[in-house]
Design a protein around this ligand. Structure first.
Ligand SMILES: C[S@@+](CC[C@H](N)C(=O)[O-])C[C@H]1O[C@@H](n2cnc3c(N)ncnc32)[C@H](O)[C@@H]1O
Length: 270
């Protein structure tokens, strides 16, 4: 793909990372067209790309042809490269003078262990920068034709995880159980029954809409509209094991036909 021509005032012109630098790059949810121009520029200049499992093949294909690609990802609760080994790997390549792109799915500032990696670089006295990306919730909510906030419905939205270092994550269930609340739950598939139980215990209506978007923005994207009462059953029966985002309090918009971004692109090319 040719480099996009960008004309900007000198003060805001994105600078390419100098040798021996690390750039934390948000790879977006999968569709390579959801990469930022800055992310693309970093990918096209990095010598070493250290990436997580959720970074799509389409995005990786945009890396410099001679770049070294290193996969440090893990599958669900399965084995992974130890976080300390990832730190050592980033530091090793940056010290050797490489331009390192540390590529993470979605946005690097959300559920991505960014702070730990920054601390490792700071301990090694190495420079770093962040290029944000489109998080899975932003992509998934667009594909169900909804907003994360809506006047008169919810003036706040939670981006929350289904599990943390201690197991299933605890949250403010009492607030979340109120009508009109909206939450985007990352890593919520295995925790679905726990989340359902906590919400119902705190008075949530079993008919509260819940939408699961699996493989958001990818060719195999799947949207599952359900309710809080039916959530664990529908997840077990209809999800295929891909990364999935669970929206509490949102149903797909029914009134209009939602055109998938891939269809939109195909029409533009026609
Ligand atoms: C470790 S978190 C990383 C989140 C990522 N940093 C982001 O901003 O999207 C992984 C979780 O993000 C969600 N996720 C990531 N990519 C997704 C996709 N394409 N479709 C649906 N959910 C996705 C899933 O809940 C998955 O379990």
């Amino acid at each position: 793909m040719a480099s996009p021509a960008i004309t900007q005032p000198a003060s805001t012109t994105p600078t390419l990372p100098a040798s021996g630098q690390v750039v934390f790059v948000g790879a977006g949810p999968g569709d390579a067209e959801l990469l930022t121009l800055k992310a693309l520029r970093v990918l096209q200049t990095a010598n070493v790309v250290i990436h997580d499992r959720l970074v799509s093949a389409d995005v990786l294909a945009l890396a410099k042809s001679d770049a070294q690609l290193i996969n440090v990802g893990k599958q669900g609760f399965g084995p992974s490269t130890a976080q300390s080994d990832i730190h050592a790997l980033i530091v090793k390549h940056a010290r050797a003078g490489a331009r390192v792109a540390r590529l993470k799915g979605g946005d690097v500032t959300l559920f991505a262990r960014l702070d730990e990696e920054i601390e490792a670089l700071e301990a090694a006295n190495l420079p770093w920068t962040i290029v944000p990306g489109i998080t899975a919730a932003s992509s998934a909510v667009a594909n169900i034709g909804q907003s994360l906030t809506k006047r008169g419905r919810n003036g706040a939205v939670r981006l929350m995880t289904g599990h943390d270092t201690k197991g299933f994550a605890d949250h403010d269930w009492q607030t979340l159980a109120r009508p009109g609340e909206v939450a985007a739950i990352y890593m919520g598939v295995k925790a679905a029954r726990f989340i359902q139980g906590r919400l119902l215990m705190h008075g949530a209506d079993g008919e509260t809409p819940v939408t699961i978007v699996e493989n958001a923005s990818r060719a195999d994207e799947r949207i599952i509209a359900t309710t809080l009462a039916a959530l664990p059953t529908d997840l077990a029966e209809r999800c295929s094991g891909g990364p999935a985002l669970t929206f509490l309090g949102l149903a797909p918009r029914a009134a209009t036909r939602i055109q998938k971004s891939t269809e939109f692109h195909a029409q533009e090319l026609a």
